[in-house]
Design a protein around this ligand. Structure first.
Ligand SMILES: [Zn+2]
Length: 594
């Protein structure tokens, strides 16, 4: 860009770098003051004493967030900065000391038996927690989670054994992967060797079908060659997961994840089933895409192929900012105001540059400081969506800025509400304003492909995992497990896509399936929930906006299920989730009109 545009963020509001040492020392002294509070903890302690402690605790946590947040954000824009790394590691040391000091109190609050203390029973816990209504839900919930923890010594043994057991298996799996060399040879071209998957994966989005095919085959060939090793690792992880959850008193393998995510089991069951029964909308998209690309049927490696219709239009950063802000203003005054605050406080780092990390995120440190947003703006329509999405996260935090720090963040089910709303309203505005139908068609096609990847594909990963965990319990071979995966692919794509046999080994390359079982639904849960809410907004109109704002202002202080019920939404009902697919169907129908 000839003219300078965009913005770098100002971190001084968190902590000027030269004040780091001073604050470090201050916190070090604060930590020693916990000794003063320790003897006061008993089930009968008075409410004023409890409130005084919680206020003291919050102040220190805020200071720690400043101390750790500043170098973290700094490092994300300059990954080579030795100074940022040094400060980050100094802050981490102090956080460790802090958690060692406060561990006993946290465990006591969770209702655990602690040496030298009388256990905090439910009745007294409620009596004390009621003094801080905003924290009550979170604190009671952590007591619920704590019921699944074991005795202190048992936990210690598990942690140690995990370090040399399951933890090593996950690392070993990664090590096998990083040693892969990929032979990339599209038909009629010379062979190239890639040493890492990222280089190879770029060709999955290539305009050239031979390149896409060669990239996919070359990648999966490696997993096929090593399938016995990947299976051995996976089988052990699955068994470990089972021994662990059974001992901890969970009812099912997936329940561990659901409880951690504040999601009722039933909601996930219904969600997965609704995804499954709506798979035809994506199949319809793939058939449409085949026609667009002049093919009878897509092959699996064609599904992310670009449509050859429109050149990407460049959108300047200023234009994008204007569009996002005016669209937010139209949707709700609160959205517009809050987004402006983030921008006016200079809390955005907008453009890519050397040593800055990729991607985008929004970081909320505490209620008194507006959230920070990192972007890598490159002037595409997708970047405008990302800006709306990340500002949405920031807006959400600002709606909840009246709460104490520990309750500001929404829990998983609602964590994508404002971001998805922001993205949706801006996407609709961009469609409306697009120069012509060709641009609209390209935008909608990208939207369908993206939503397939984040919604249906992830849902099928989780459905596969449910079956895989069951199958491992009964006993299964590597080939049988791969066969199970293939069956799920066939169901997912129906007859809309040809799937070559090598795809049966694809499961082995999905790291989350091994490292964090059942995590994949988290990718789509929040988004789908917000899309379903968006569908309600489309039906009810502006009257729905204050309801959404109310839910946003709960942050993490309210049970998500209860908060949603207050605005007439039941996340365990099929009908509610169907709403999100009405939106997806709407995109596909529009796409077919162009
Ligand atoms: Zn998000």
């Amino acid at each position: 860009m000839a003219k300078k545009e965009g913005m770098r963020w100002n971190l001084d509001e968190i902590l000027p770098a030269k004040k780091f040492d001073e604050l470090w020392k201050e916190i070090e002294q604060d930590i020693s003051k916990y000794d003063f509070f320790l003897p006061k903890f008993s089930p009968e302690m008075d409410r004023d004493g409890f409130v005084a402690f919680m206020k003291f605790d919050e102040k220190i946590i805020e200071k720690l967030a400043r101390l750790g947040g500043m170098p973290c954000l700094w490092e994300s824009t300059d990954q080579k900065s030795q100074e940022a790394k040094l400060l980050k590691s100094k802050a981490e040391d102090l956080v460790l000391r802090f958690s060692n000091k406060t561990r006993k109190i946290s465990l006591w609050l969770q209702g655990k038996e602690i040496d030298g203390f009388v256990r905090l029973d439910d009745k007294n816990a409620e009596r004390l927690f009621k003094t801080l209504p905003a924290l009550q839900y979170g604190m009671m919930y952590s007591r619920k989670l704590a019921r699944h923890t074991l005795l202190e010594n048992e936990e210690k043994i598990i942690t140690e054994k995990d370090m040399t057991g399951a933890g090593v298996l996950v690392d070993l799996r990664e090590l096998i992967e990083t040693e892969f060399c990929f032979k990339f040879k599209p038909k009629g071209k010379k062979e190239k060797i890639f040493n890492n998957a990222a280089e190879l994966l770029k060709h999955v989005y290539s305009k050239n079908a031979n390149e896409r095919e060669a990239a996919c085959n070359s990648l999966l060939e490696k997993y096929k060659e090593n399938i016995d090793k990947f299976f051995m690792v996976y089988q052990a992880i699955v068994k470990d997961w089972r021994y662990d959850y059974e001992r901890r008193g969970y009812e099912s393998a997936i329940q561990v994840r659901n409880i951690g995510n504040h999601v009722p089991d039933k909601a996930i069951e219904v969600l997965l089933d609704v995804c499954r029964t709506n798979r035809d909308v994506y199949q319809r998209y793939f058939r449409f895409k085949a026609k667009e690309l002049g093919m009878k049927r897509l092959r699996r490696h064609d599904i992310y192929a670009p449509l050859k219709i429109a050149k990407d239009e460049k959108i300047s950063y200023e234009e994008s900012k204007k569009l996002v802000l005016s669209t937010f203003d139209e949707f709700s005054k609160g959205f517009g105001e809050k987004a402006r605050r983030i921008i006016n406080d200079r809390h955005i780092d907008s453009h890519p540059r050397q040593n800055k990390r990729g991607g985008a995120f929004c970081l909320t440190l505490m209620p008194s400081i507006a959230p920070y947003v990192l972007l890598n703006y490159t002037h595409t329509a997708r970047d405008v969506s990302t800006m709306a999405h990340e500002l949405g996260h920031g807006i959400h935090s600002l709606y909840a800025a009246h709460l104490p720090m520990a309750a500001q963040h929404a829990n998983l089910p609602l964590s994508e509400t404002a971001s998805t709303f922001g993205e949706m309203v801006v996407f609709e505005k961009m469609l409306e304003k697009a120069k012509n139908d060709k641009v609209r068609k390209a935008m909608l096609s990208d939207k369908m492909a993206d939503s397939f990847a984040t919604i249906l594909r992830q849902a099928y990963f989780v459905m596969f995992e449910k079956k895989a965990h069951e199958a491992v319990r009964k006993g299964i071979t590597a080939e049988q497990l791969s066969g199970l995966y293939m069956e799920m692919l066939k169901e997912q794509f129906g007859d809309s896509v040809d799937i070559s046999p090598i795809y049966r080994y694809e499961w082995a390359r999905i790291p989350h399936i091994v490292a964090t079982p059942f995590y994949c639904y988290a990718y789509n849960f929040g988004e789908l929930l917000s899309m379903a809410l968006f569908a309600r907004y489309k039906k009810e109109g502006v009257g729905f906006v204050p309801k959404i704002e109310k839910v946003l202002s709960y942050g993490g202080s309210e049970d998500p299920d209860k908060g949603l019920k207050e605005i007439g939404v039941d996340m365990c009902s099929r009908e509610f989730w169907e709403g999100s697919f009405e939106i997806v169907r709407g995109w596909q129908e529009k796409l077919e009109q162009y």
